[in-house]
Ligand binder design. Structure first.
Ligand code: SF4
Length: 374
C-alpha cells in the first residue's frame, strides 16, 4: 500500500518559527488546484501499489475553498486509484473550522482532521503570531465532533517564547482532558532562515534552556502515559488503535507520492522532490512537464535516512527490513556502532528490532549521531 501527500502552499501570514514552504499566494489557488490534478495525471504511473491514505497538508489546506478542494480531489479520484483509501486527513487552522467547512470536507471523504492548536495559552499564541486563540481552538474541536469527525489530532508546541513549565502543563492537561484520539507535541526548533531564528540572534527572544525543555518533556511523557496515550513516535501520541496511518508509513519505507511545491515522494527505492517555489512548480506543470527531480542519494544516505526515521518510533529499526533492503557491509558497520549503545542500555535490542530506550528519547539526537555512517 502507499500514501498520497498533497502540499497546499498557502498561509495568510508566516509564523515566525515555521520553515515549511508556504506564503500568501492565494490568488494562484485555482491554478494550483489544476496543476496538482495535472501533476497526478502525469505521475500516476510511477507507483504500482494501491493507495491506502491521503494526507492534505501544508501550508494551510483549510484556506482552500470547499469548491477548490472538491475540484482537486475529484480530479485526482477520477483516475480510479483511490478505492482502498481508509484514512484521509486534512490539516486545518482552528479559525477556518466552521460547521459548513466540517460538513463540506466530510462530504469529500475526509475522515481525519489535524488541527494546529499549538498552545491553549493566549499569551503564547500571540508570541508566535498565531491568528487563533485558545477558545477558537476548543470551538473547532467541538464543531468537528458535532459533525461526526471523531479522528482528530491536535498539534502542540513546547519551549515557546513566554511559555513556562506551569503554562505548558496547563495547556497539555486541558488538551488531554478532551480525550482526542491523537496528538503531536513538538519541541520548538530555531530553524536557520526563520524569523524566530533571527530574533534569537538579535536577542529579542530567549530560547528555553535545556533544563526547562527537559522538565516540559518529562511532564509530557508522564501525563500522556497516565492518560492512556501510547507514545509511538518521538512527537506523536495516540489512544489505542488511533496512530496516524499515513505518517507511520513514512517511518517504515512504505512508498508515497507527494504532489504540490516542495512535496517529496518515495517509490520504495528512489526519492524525488518538487521545487519549493510555487511559480516554478506551476510553470513546469503547465508546460506539460513533471516538476519532481530525483534526489541524489547513495546507499549510505538511504541507510542513514532509514535509521534516523525508524529510531524516532517506538517500533524502532526493523532488523528484517534492514537485512532485506540494505547491503551487508552497511548492516555490519551499523551493528558495530550500535553494540556499545546496546551494551550501555541506551538502545534496546531483540531479535526483531532495535529501538531507543524510552529513558533516552530526550537524547536521541546524540544517539543518532553515533549511529550515522559516514
Ligand atoms: S500556519 Fe502552519 S504552515 Fe503556515 S506559517 Fe504557520 S506553522 Fe507554517
Amino acid at each position: 500500500m502507499s500514501g498520497l501527500y498533497i502540499h497546499v502552499p498557502f498561509c495568510k501570514s508566516k509564523c515566525p518559527y515555521c520553515d515549511f514552504y508556504s506564503g500568501p499566494f492565494l490568488a494562484s489557488a485555482d491554478r494550483y488546484v489544476a496543476a496538482v490534478v495535472a501533476e497526478y495525471a502525469m505521475r500516476r504511473g510511477e507507483f504500482s501499489e494501491p493507495f491506502s491514505t491521503i494526507y492534505i497538508g501544508g501550508g494551510t489546506p483549510s484556506l482552500l475553498t470547499l469548491a477548490q478542494l472538491r475540484t482537486m480531489l475529484d480530479g485526482i479520484r477520477h483516475f480510479g486509484d483511490f478505492d482502498g483509501v481508509g484514512e484521509m486527513t486534512i490539516e486545518a487552522n482552528p479559525d477556518d473550522v466552521t460547521t459548513e467547512w466540517a460538513r463540506g470536507v466530510k462530504s469529500l471523504g475526509v475522515n481525519r482532521v489535524s488541527i494546529g492548536v499549538q498552545s491553549l495559552n493566549n499569551d503564547e499564541l500571540r508570541a508566535i503570531n498565531r491568528r487563533h486563540d485558545s477558545a477558537t481552538a476548543l470551538r473547532a474541536i467541538d464543531i468537528l465532533r458535532k459533525e461526526g469527525i471523531e479522528e482528530i489530532s491536535a498539534d502542540l508546541i513546547y519551549g515557546l517564547p513566554r511559555q513556562t513549565v506551569e503554562s505548558w502543563a496547563d495547556s497539555l492537561s486541558r488538551l488531554l482532558s478532551l480525550r482526542l484520539p491523537h496528538f503531536s507535541a513538538y519541541c520548538l526548533q530555531y530553524e536557520p532562515g526563520t524569523r524566530l531564528y533571527a530574533m534569537r540572534e538579535k536577542g529579542s527572544v530567549e530560547e528555553a534552556s535545556d533544563s526547562v525543555i527537559e522538565q516540559m518533556y518529562g511532564i509530557l511523557e508522564e501525563n500522556a502515559r497516565t492518560s492512556g496515550y501510547h507514545h509511538y513516535e518521538i512527537s506523536n501520541f495516540c489512544l489505542e488503535g488511533h496512530h496516524a496511518r499515513h505518517n507511520s508509513a513514512y517511518w517504515d519505507l512504505t512508498p508515497y507520492v507527494g504532489l504540490g511545491p516542495s512535496a517529496h515522494s518515495f517509490d520504495g527505492q528512489v526519492r524525488r522532490f518538487n521545487p519549493s517555489n510555487l511559480k516554478k512548480y506551476l510553470n513546469t506543470i503547465e508546460s506539460g512537464k513533471v516538476a519532481a527531480v530525483v534526489e541524489d542519494e547513495t546507499d549510505v544516505d538511504k541507510f542513514n535516512d532509514y535509521v534516523i526515521t525508524a529510531l524516532r518510533t517506538a517500533k524502532g529499526i526493523d532488523i528484517g527490513l534492514l537485512s532485506a533492503r540494505f547491503p551487508e557491509f552497511l548492516r555490519d558497520r551499523f551493528m558495530a556502532n550500535a553494540q556499545p549503545l546496546i551494551d550501555g542500555g541506551r538502545l534496546l535490542a531483540d531479535a526483531d528490532k532495535i529501538a531507543i530506550s524510552p529513558y533516552e528519547i530526550m537524547k536521541s539526537d546524540s544517539i543518532m549521531r553515533e549511529l550515522i555512517i559516514d
